[in-house]
Design a protein around this ligand. Sequence first.
Ligand SMILES: Nc1ncnc2c1ncn2[C@@H]1O[C@H](COP(=O)(O)OP(=O)(O)OP(=O)(O)O)[C@@H](O)[C@H]1O
Ligand SMILES: [Mg+2]
Length: 266
Amino acid sequence: MSNPSGNEPGSVEGDESMNDDLTGAAPPPEKADVTPPTVVPSGTLYELRGVERRYMRGSTPVLALHDVDLDIEPGEFLSMEGPSGSGKSTLLQLLGALDTPTSGTIRFEGNEMSSATDTNLTRIRGQEIGFVFQQFNLIPTLTAEENVGIAMIPHGHSKSQRRERSAELLERVGLGGRLDHLPSRMSGGEQQRVAIARALANRPRVIIADEPTGNLDSASAQDVMSLLNELQSGEEAVTIVVATHDVDVASRAGRRIRLRDGAVVS
Ligand SMILES: Nc1ncnc2c1ncn2[C@@H]1O[C@H](COP(=O)(O)OP(=O)(O)OP(=O)(O)O)[C@@H](O)[C@H]1O
Ligand SMILES: [Mg+2]
């Protein structure tokens, strides 16, 4: 998927009033629709209890995840390893509020996600979570700056605010000189750094990264991991959850878990 918005790609240049929902996220919810936040005494960011995700493949059930109990603390850098099909992406989708479990509970900031309204889940996805994927998912017809800025459109920022923040973020990820470059003129590592800048656009609490270095050479992979390490330990203090097959990538994490056949085994 190269166009995560699902809309026709096109230049955002010159469209001061552009406020369309290009990223698939809804505008900020009305106050009345926001569930009052629950105080979490422990401060735990995610609490998963007995989480199961069952898919149907035809008439055959597939247990992609089962019996998952997991706590993730704010500011952690957690890696998930495990063979293909072990449930890593399924678990990331649940953490990212892109999917809900078939049983069990997931609390995010103390609030039960499966009982959240669609509007609240959309708000969590849009404001609290930044996503980074193996395929970068940049829009090929937009510049680096526009690719970052597009994530801010649903949140009502003016074009100049978007430009300013995009430039600041691209500077942050080491691409200050590449603002006007199209993805096709950037290396894989540079494209992934643009994707990380885009993930940071709305100041998320969590970055969820599914095989973020899967398409990169080892030097670019190290750069991307160093950047994620900086974001976790620096002033952004973002919680990072990464699924990976790469032991070098996993070794950069503060905590490593392993999945096998849909269960967390260590
Ligand atoms: N939409 C779906 N419908 C049916 N089965 C699915 C679906 N998505 C995932 N699965 C199954 O769930 C299991 C876990 O898949 P998942 O994609 O989470 O694994 P993974 O650990 O991310 O694998 P990989 O390392 O290859 O990315 C697999 O058996 C997979 O075939
Ligand atoms: Mg996967």
